[in-house]
Structures are given as structure tokens and as C-alpha cells.
Design a protein around this ligand. Structure first.
Ligand code: ACO
Length: 322
């Protein structure tokens, strides 16, 4: 059977580090409050003029290099982002041009914090159907641009960054298949008001700010993500014991710990970056994946489980045999 495999990972973080202490000089908060409630210690913030496409392109270059392929081999680019450079064209076509690629197809996909899981699922389906052979899947965000920096309940939670993977179609062994084993996507649009940006081209003709009912999001997060995880495992007749690495969306340490506990995974098996990156939305999973691949934690043959949840609500999972 044809399956898609991740053959290279990349990441990029803006240079500027903003600590909790620095934020406490702007809004009425404290390092202690932020650490206790979220596990976040610092985040990266894009420089003035540094755009989502800049972050995405940098992450993509590393992923392409690690994959050992040439840009000419790519025939699909999917960028998951809720913070595109412009209303249109897609940030993906900007990245395409920056990479010097003038063939194939490039488009953006919007599922907020679940964006990377959605983009991976879409690219995986293209590859399995033979509509593309080698895809670049990117999660890239500059949430600092849509935060209300006077609202302490939201501005402390997010950061900027990008992560990317190169996905390639390969024939795999039917007995012990490797690559993307399955993806599961969900949404429930009734929860709009729990997490949204109050504006946009068709409503206010301007970009607004992120608004969130934190408690409401928290209440749903663990339940929804566990649902997506259960679906991934049962579809592959695997159990939580088989999982080598959980790479969850990095929103909040308490949500991550609760999900890990529910799977009965020891904390060392859960990849976390939220302490240093905060919540980078669609970028958080590929950023975490990059770290765990680069430092040698994730090895060939490992079973890697990705899961996330975001505005909409949207949520989903992907199970990968590395
Ligand atoms: N610093 C100090 N105090 C604060 C801050 C802050 N940054 N933010 C809120 N507070 C105050 C509140 O005003 C409130 O004060 P009050 O009791 O006097 O009214 C108090 O702290 C408690 O506020 P809660 O919102 O009840 O705090 P909670 O324990 O729920 O933690 C948090 C808030 C961290 C946002 C939590 O609800 C959470 O993690 N929710 C999940 C949200 C999330 O991760 N969203 C990410 C986007 S969605 C996604 O990626 C899945």
C-alpha cells in the first residue's frame, strides 16, 4: 500500500525571547501565576516586519535540507495558519515563491491550533491517492499580532514560531506499515464564542484580537483530545501501551499532563515545549516534533501520536510509525 512518511523536519523561532517577568511589566500578572496555571516560562515574539511567511520559509528550508531532497521534488505545499501575511494570496504561495518553486500546488488551511494535524491529514490523503508525491506541510503563526496586549487573560499564553515536515509517498510493508497510519479530524462549530478573533475581512474589514473563555476551553480540551487519541488507537488496533511518544499541541502544561496521564504515559514519553514556546497554535506540534527528532528521542520504528485542539472547536489526531 502507498503511505506517506515524514522524511525531514524543520523549525524556526524568532530571536526575541519574552519572559514572564517582562510581561509582568506590561500587564497585571506575575511569573508565578503564569507558571502555575500554564507551565509557560517564556515565548518568542516575531520582530517588527517579520511575517508568518518568513517563519514558515525558514522552517521549510530546514525540513527540506534534513529530508535531503531538492525543492524540484516537491509538488504540494500546505500551510496551516490562522495568522496569514495577508487576506490573500495564501501564505503558502508566498512560501512557494520564496523557495524558488513554480510548479505543483500551494494553499493555506485554517483550523487554528489543530491546523497542523488537519494539514498533515490533507497532505497524507493527497499522497495516498497519488495526487502528489512529496509534500511540504507547515504550521506557522505570528499570534503576537492578534493578541490584545492589555488583556492579561490571553496575552500571556501565546508565542510565535513555525515548524515544517516533508512528507513523501512510499510503498510500505502491509504487515508492519510505517509512515502515517491514520488521521482523525473533528469539529463542532457551536463553540465559536469560546475562542475566536473579533474581526476579519468580511465582518469588520479589519483584523481583530483573540478572545477566549479559558475555563470553557480547558473543560473541553482534555475530553476532546482523549476522544481523538482513542479513535487513533482503536482504528489501528493499538493500545496506549504501544505509544512511544506523545507529541501534543502545546497550549498548557496542565492539559498536556492530564492527557498523558489518561494514556498512562510516563512524563518522559510526552514531548513538551510549552515552557519555552508558549502556545504557538498550528506551529506547536511540528516545533515539538522537530526537537524530539533532532535530539534523537524519536527513532525509526517508534510509534508517535500527535493530537491537538483549537478554535472552532476543531480537534484531531495523527498516528505515525516513524
Ligand atoms: N495573571 C494574573 N491573574 C490572572 C491572569 C494573569 N495572566 N489571567 C487571569 N487572571 C486572574 C483572573 O482574572 C481570575 O481572577 P478573579 O478570580 O479575581 O476573577 C483568576 O486569575 C482566575 O482566572 P481563571 O480564568 O479562572 O483561571 P484558570 O485557572 O482557569 O486559568 C487559564 C486560566 C490558564 C487560561 C486556563 O483556563 C487555561 O489554561 N485554559 C485553557 C485555555 C488554553 O489553553 N487556550 C489556548 C488556546 S486553545 C488551545 O490551544 C487548545
Amino acid at each position: 500500500a502507498t503511505r506517506s512518511r515524514i522524511i525531514g523536519c524543520g523549525a524556526y523561532l524568532p530571536k526575541r525571547v519574552v519572559s514572564n517577568v517582562e510581561l509582568a511589566q506590561r500587564v497585571d500578572t506575575s511569573d508565578e501565576w503564569i507558571r502555575q496555571r500554564t507551565g509557560i516560562q517564556e515565548r518568542r515574539i516575531a520582530a517588527p516586519g517579520e511575517k508568518t511567511s518568513d517563519l514558515a520559509t525558514a522552517a521549510a528550508r530546514t525540513a527540506i535540507e534534513r529530508a535531503g531532497i531538492d525543492v524540484a521534488q516537491l509538488d504540494l505545499i500546505v500551510v496551516a495558519t490562522a495568522t496569514p501575511d495577508e487576506t490573500f494570496p495564501a501564505t503558502a504561495t508566498t512560501v512557494q515563491a520564496r523557495l524558488g518553486m513554480d510548479h505543483g500546488a500551494a494553499f493555506d488551511l485554517q483550523a487554528v491550533c489543530t491546523g497542523f494535524v488537519y494539514a498533515l491529514a490533507v497532505a497524507d490523503n493527497f499522497l495516498r491517492l497519488g495526487q502528489a508525491r512529496t509534500a511540504l506541510v507547515i504550521g506557522a503563526e505570528t499570534f503576537s499580532r492578534i493578541l490584545d496586549w492589555e488583556d492579561r487573560t490571553t496575552c500571556v499564553l501565546f508565542g510565535d514560531g513555525a515548524g515544517a515536515v516533508v512528507l513523501q509517498a512510499q510503498e510500505t510493508d502491509g504487515f508492519r506499515p510505517s509512515g502515517v497510519l491514520s488521521t482523525h479530524l473533528y469539529s463542532d462549530g457551536r463553540h465559536h464564542d469560546a475562542l475566536y478573533v473579533d474581526g476579519g475581512p468580511s465582518s469588520t474589514q479589519s483584523t481583530g484580537h483573540l478572545r477566549m473563555e479559558g475555563r470553557e476551553v480547558f473543560r473541553h480540551a482534555v475530553v476532546r483530545m482523549s476522544e481523538a487519541v482513542d479513535a487513533a488507537l482503536s482504528a489501528n488496533q493499538l493500545s496506549a501501551n504501544d505509544v512511544d511518544w506523545l507529541v501534543p499541541h502545546q497550549a498548557n502544561m496542565r492539559i498536556i499532563e492530564a492527557t498523558g496521564k489518561r494514556l498512562n504515559l510516563s512524563p518522559e514519553r510526552v514531548v513538551t515545549t510549552v515552557d519555552r514556546h508558549a502556545n504557538t497554535s498550528a506551529a506547536s506540534i511540528p516545533l515539538a516534533l522537530f526537537e524530539a527528532v533532532e535530539d534523537g528521542r524519536i527513532q525509526e520504528g517508534d510509534l508517535v501520536l500527535l493530537e491537538g485542539m483549537g478554535g472552532g472547536f476543531t480537534w484531531g489526531s495523527a498516528l505515525i510509525r516513524w
